[in-house]
Design a protein around this ligand. Structure first.
Ligand code: NAD
Length: 478
């Protein structure tokens, strides 16, 4: 059977690249073989995109008409939510209830940017002479979007919706590990009626991503993925003077002060690192506990970790599904094994499941380590699995120094009932997002930005739309 085609220039295409396979991490079975785009296939998609943005049918389309396409995408995702949630689950192993929530969020993302598309306004700055001065917000052109495997349903909606709302064309390259939702979105974009060439979704690996970054016909790159990939992309984009948005990795501190509601904090800290099997950019993977409650709270966390059922992502009882792939599971295990060999204490987990129910899948148990140094590899490197390290702190100065000792600055959580202390710590933590007495609340209307090596640029909110626009100032003499 021919591999599944990708979507380019309004049509389903058999590519000239080497095909790849999508596998279900619950069983290791191949779901489908996929056709991949070569450099020539990319040229075709870019040429179609450039034609499409120049055509009056897109360039002159009133904003409310453009917004209709986005509303329609939201409706189509809602219509197909159950099917799409199952596709996402099989491709990436996330539990079904979470996949349903991701699809709901994706539909809302299209609606949010439909509204923003209609309401975002230019400005008329005060005149400094006998002229009228208008500042228009115009599209950047053709945007290349490159996405990771951990939450394609939302991460790809967060690229497509604002890029299109801003009036650009988009060429999306989903992760080669989880390409299926991107292809489903392509089919919905065709059904929603976007002009041919405005949305293309090409399947392929890093080579295709690299070709997109250096392609002269792609005006901007929006990347979500690891910090190493982001660094390469930033360097190549600098050579081309091409704007980039980079949403990168994290090693987020989750902090528990002695006066916190410990019951609530234990549940949130456990879910902060173990939900999605830890494969979240904002996973609270460095757990800082005030020294006076370190033993008590560590026991609570170990108990919480033991109580989380591992199993089939389709089972409603399951809290932790398989990791995305066997290769990634082995990588996570290697991180833990190296940490233990270097002297860390394994409190729970850290062993591949032997249970016959789980041994066919890429499962890894919730794992906690302590008695290690904050500058050890496992406390500094992103593991991207269900692995938390526990680090005690003595006082606020010690906490701030330890929590900020990281290349990353994506997110943080803080549990305390003392509002003065909360404020002081919140203002000193180097982070793009901070959750007080909660964790992982996300909102499409709130900008999301990594500090330090966690990123450049912002997604979500109106800032997430503006970065795909450029200003054009027009001076008009009286
Ligand atoms: P990855 O960087 O390996 O790959 C991401 C995507 O980029 C894939 O499509 C890949 O093919 C492509 N790619 C990789 N290197 C490239 C290069 N040099 N040039 C062009 N394309 C390239 O990341 P991953 O393993 O798929 O995803 C996990 C990472 O994503 C984690 O570090 C996680 O923290 C991060 N992430 C960040 C956010 C955020 O919003 N900050 C959200 C989700 C995931």
């Amino acid at each position: 059977m021919a591999p599944r085609p990708f979507f380019s220039a309004g049509a389903w295409v058999q590519g000239r690249g080497e095909p790849i396979e999508s596998r279900n991490p619950e069983t290791g079975d191949v779901i489908v073989s996929l056709s991949c785009a070569s450099a020539e296939d990319l040229d075709d998609a870019v040429e179609a995109a450039r034609r499409a943005i120049a055509a009056p049918s897109w360039a002159n389309l009133p904003r409310h008409m453009r917004a209709r396409f986005l509303h329609r995408m939201g409706e189509l995702i809602d219509r197909d939510r159950e099917r799409l949630a199952n596709v996402q689950m099989q491709d990436n192993g996330k539990v079904l209830s979470e996949c349903r929530a991701l699809l709901e969020s994706a539909a809302n993302t299209f609606r949010y940017y439909a509204a923003a598309c209609e309401t975002l306004e230019g400005t008329v700055p005060p005149a400094r002479g006998p002229y009228l001065n208008m500042v228009l917000e115009v599209p950047v052109g053709v945007v290349g979007a490159i996405t990771p495997w951990n939450s394609p349903a939302t991460l790809e909606a967060q690229k497509l919706a604002p890029i299109l709302a801003a009036g650009n064309a988009v060429i999306l390259k989903p992760s080669e590990v989880t390409p299926l939702i991107g292809l489903e979105y392509a089919a919905l974009a065709k059904e929603a009626g976007f002009p041919d060439g405005i949305v293309s979704v090409l399947t392929g690996g890093i080579d295709l991503g690299r070709a997109m970054v250096s392609h002269p016909g792609i005006d901007m790159i929006s990347f979500t993925g690891g910090t190493a990939g982001g660094r390469h992309i930033a360097a190549e984009a600098a050579r081309k003077l091409k704007p980039v948005v980079l949403e990168l990795g994290g090693k987020s501190p989750h902090i528990v002060c002695a006066d916190a509601d410990l019951e609530k904090a234990a549940t949130a800290v456990a879910m902060g690192i173990f939900s999605g099997a830890g494969q979240s950019c904002v996973a609270g993977s460095r757990i800082f506990i005030e020294a006076s409650i370190a033993d008590e709270f560590t026991s609570m966390l170990v108990e919480a970790a033991r109580s989380l059922p591992l199993g089939s992502p389709a089972d409603p009882e399951t809290q932790i599904g398989p990791l995305v792939s066997f290769a990634h599971r082995d990588n996570v295990h290697a991180h833990v094994s190296r940490a233990v060999a270097a002297g860390a204490n394994l409190l729970v987990g850290g062993v591949l499941p032997t249970d016959s129910r789980l041994s066919a899948g890429a499962y890894y148990p919730p794992t906690l380590l302590n008695r290690l140094s904050n500058n050890s590899d496992i406390a500094q490197q992103e593991v991207f699995g269900p692995v938390g390290v526990i680090l005690p702190f003595e006082d606020d100065e010690d906490l701030i120094a330890q929590a900020n000792y990281s290349d990353f600055g994506l997110a943080a959580g803080l549990w305390t009932r003392d509002i003065g202390r909360a404020w002081k710590i919140a203002t000193r933590l180097q982070t793009g997002t901070l959750w007080l007495n909660s964790y992982k609340n996300l909102s499409i209307s709130t900008p999301f930005q990594g500090h330090k090596q966690s990123g450049l640029g912002r997604e979500k909110g109106l800032d997430g739309l503006r970065q795909y626009l450029q200003t054009k100032a027009i001076f008009w003499p009286a």
